[in-house]
Design a binder for this molecule. Structure first.
Ligand SMILES: C[S@@+](CC[C@H](N)C(=O)[O-])C[C@H]1O[C@@H](n2cnc3c(N)ncnc32)[C@H](O)[C@@H]1O
Length: 258
């Protein structure tokens, strides 16, 4: 079985990062959203599907208390190693579909890097929203960023993008595919294959990630159906002014806990 890119956190980061400043830009925008929609300062947050929690690392260094949940032991270990010199960041190994953690009373939660759409089943989506709500204070915000999902009609496996990325001295050849799911599943499978050229060997990784076709209207419905959230706004490409129609890459859904 090919290895997983998630077992190589620094390479994963370089492969997925389109711009070196993008995590800092996202954190800056999240803070603007919190300021706009919350009357109180944000002191405690939850990072959902945190990986090594690049967003949490920045926030914790500003004095915000962060808890992260992720199912990958390797990613969590990388997060702990990165934050060895910071207080106030904790990780829990959990499946985001349904989880409980000791932390409560978070002012805000976020799920970044287009991870929310892995929740393919309606039951998982609702269980997930209820799990996040349990950790938030009433009125707390849950922000999820989602790619612009253009078309759901994937009829056969298609090459989507390919590129070469350099991580220090290591070159990585990346090929991303879209693979069909049954039409009624309302999504597709994102396949990412990498050839990681270490000095002494080439290692191949393959990851298959389900993606639920997710639009703002779907998020509005899911939030309502959960009975614990309401979708209060959607923002486009880290801007308060760009209309959804002009969305180039991603939109941020902002839900508020009842
Ligand atoms: C694209 S990464 C995003 C990591 C981080 N939020 C970031 O912005 O860099 C997706 C993360 O979601 C985690 N993940 C995917 N599905 C999950 C699930 N069902 N339960 C828990 N974690 C999951 C993976 O282990 C991975 O660390």
């Amino acid at each position: 079985m090919p290895a997983s890119l998630y077992d190589f956190p620094p390479i994963f980061r370089a492969v997925h990062m389109e711009e070196p400043h993008e995590i800092a830009d996202e954190v800056a925008f999240l803070k603007k959203v919190w300021k706009r929609h919350l009357k109180r300062p944000v002191r405690r947050v939850l990072d959902v599907a945190c990986g090594d929690s690049p967003h949490g690392q920045l926030l914790a260094r500003e004095g915000i208390e962060v808890v992260g949940v992720d199912r990958s032991a390797v990613m969590i270990a990388a997060g702990r190693a990165k934050s060895h010199d910071v207080n106030g960041i904790r990780f829990y190994r959990r499946d985001i579909e349904s989880f409980t953690i000791p932390a409560r009373d978070r002012d805000a939660a976020f799920c970044m890097s287009e991870t929310f759409p892995v929740l393919i089943e309606n039951a998982s989506l609702i269980a997930h929203l209820k799990s996040v709500a349990r950790v938030l204070r009433p009125g707390g915000l849950y922000c999820v960023d989602i790619d612009r999902h253009d078309g759901v009609r994937v009829r056969e496996r298609q090459l989507w993008r390919s590129r070469r990325v350099r991580v220090a001295t290591i070159e990585v050849d990346v090929r991303e595919f879209r693979r069909p799911m049954p039409w009624y599943a309302g999504g597709w499978v994102y396949e990412i294959n990498c050839a990681i050229r270490f000095p002494d060997r080439v290692l191949h990784t393959r990851d298959l990630i389900p993606v639920r076709y997710t639009l703002p209207t779907h998020l509005e419905l899911a939030a309502k159906a959960s009975g614990v959230f309401e979708l209060i706004d959607c923002y486009t490409d880290l801007s308060f002014n760009t209309p959804l129609a002009k969305c180039y890459r991603r939109w941020l859904g902002v839900m508020q806990r009842s």
